[in-house]
Design a protein around this ligand. Structure first.
Ligand code: SIN
Ligand code: CO
Length: 371
């Protein structure tokens, strides 16, 4: 369906023509967008130690980067211009941020990273740079001038604390106002400077490098591969150099290692576990006095359930992956769990709930919906 969020394009057409290919400016993507939190609320998030935040100050070739948690005094000391406060994973902390992220459901959940918010004083920016992943930059209150370019020289300043392009060659520029949105594919050079104090919401995607995937897959194999047998050499002969690792030994080791096998199922399981793994900064809050299984069943049936905002639930067929754990569901349970994975909630229903939901509730991964 055509949507103002994508400038009147259908998700299919947007994905075909723009996604991962070329930038798109969408005026009034979210009509009447007034932002999701005030600068003061952002500052109090940035003071928490379970929230990832950064403060960037500078311009030109002089930059300073500080990581949160911050103290109130840190903000009082700031100059009037040229600084930006960034708060990561806003969707974990604010229901409205989670709801905003859900509007980008035309991209698979496994590709979604988080919603980041930045507040910039006039002139504030994080410098001209490029990102390695797709991003939607939704403008909140205040105006920001975006300059972009498709330059191939992506060399960065050698001594800056963040990645700043050494030579930025802007080709196009726009001033975005509240509700406007700019989509950028990876590797497009961009520079967003606050015209007046302004807030920008970045819907970011994850795109692991081949090396990250390979390392994680090797760890997965390490945890899952079982091989029997042990090195054996009943036919051993004396060798001229006892210090040498002989050919027969190498051949045997190669054969033993060669017995490590994986198939599509191994890869599927790895992908499910890896992609549903929460970020290292995520900790869940299990209920202090959990309901009994029977009371949970009654109440969840009456009110429905919803995933905790930090939970990642993905599936491949009838195998479900939640927060780095796997579970096989029965055909009867699968439809409900798939719906939970897609929409992150299940409505009230007289039908029996999948049995795993109680465990997820007790782990703090899921909660009973408000009545
Ligand atoms: C910002 O919001 O200031 C930076 C976002 C970006 O350039 O990726
Ligand atoms: Co960027």
């Amino acid at each position: 369906m055509k949507t103002p969020l994508l400038g009147g394009l259908t998700p299919t057409r947007f994905l075909r023509e723009y996604w991962h290919k070329k930038p798109l400016l969408i005026r009034n993507a979210v009509p009447g967008f007034a932002g999701l939190l005030t600068p003061a609320e952002m500052q109090s998030l940035a003071r928490r130690d379970d929230v990832e935040s950064r403060l960037v100050q500078g311009r030109g070739r002089r930059w300073r980067l500080d990581h949160g948690p911050f103290r109130a005094a840190d903000f009082k000391r700031l100059p009037k211009t040229h600084w930006t406060l960034l708060v990561q994973s806003l969707n974990h902390h604010l229901p409205e941020a989670d709801a905003l992220l859900r509007r980008f459901d035309f991209v698979p959940h496994a590709r979604l990273d988080d919603l980041m918010v930045s507040y910039a004083a006039p002139g504030g920016s994080v410098g001209p740079h490029f990102d390695s992943y797709d991003v939607f930059l939704l403008q909140g209150p205040g105006r920001r001038r975006w300059q972009i370019g498709a330059q191939t020289d992506l060399t960065c300043l050698a001594d800056a604390p963040l990645r700043i392009l050494r030579r930025f060659e802007p080709e196009t520029e726009w001033v975005l106002e509240a509700g406007d949105m700019l989509y950028l594919p990876p590797q497009i050079a961009h520079h967003g400077v606050a015209v007046d104090a302004c807030t920008t919401y970045s819907i970011g995607f994850r795109a692991p490098t081949a090396e990250e995937l390979a390392h994680a897959f090797l760890m997965h194999l390490q945890d899952t591969v079982t091989l029997d047998g042990r090195y054996a050499d009943p036919g051993l002969h004396p060798q001229r150099h006892p210090g040498e690792i002989g050919r027969a030994m190498l051949v045997q080791i190669e054969r033993m290692i060669g017995r490590i096998k994986w198939d599509r199922q191994t890869v599927a399981d790895f992908a499910g576990l890896y992609l549903s793994e929460p970020k290292p900064s995520v900790f869940f809050d299990p209920p202090e006095t959990p309901l009994t299984p029977a009371a949970f069943k009654r109440q969840a049936g009456r009110q429905g359930v919803r995933l905790d905002r930090r939970s990642r639930l993905l599936f491949i067929g009838m195998r479900f992956y939640i927060n780095g754990e796997a579970l096989d569901a029965s055909p009867e349970e699968s439809a409900a769990l798939q719906r939970l994975a897609d929409t992150r909630e299940l409505p009230a229903s007289p039908d029996p709930l999948p049995g795993c939901l109680y465990d997820w509730y007790a782990a703090g991964w899921l909660e009973i919906a408000a009545p």
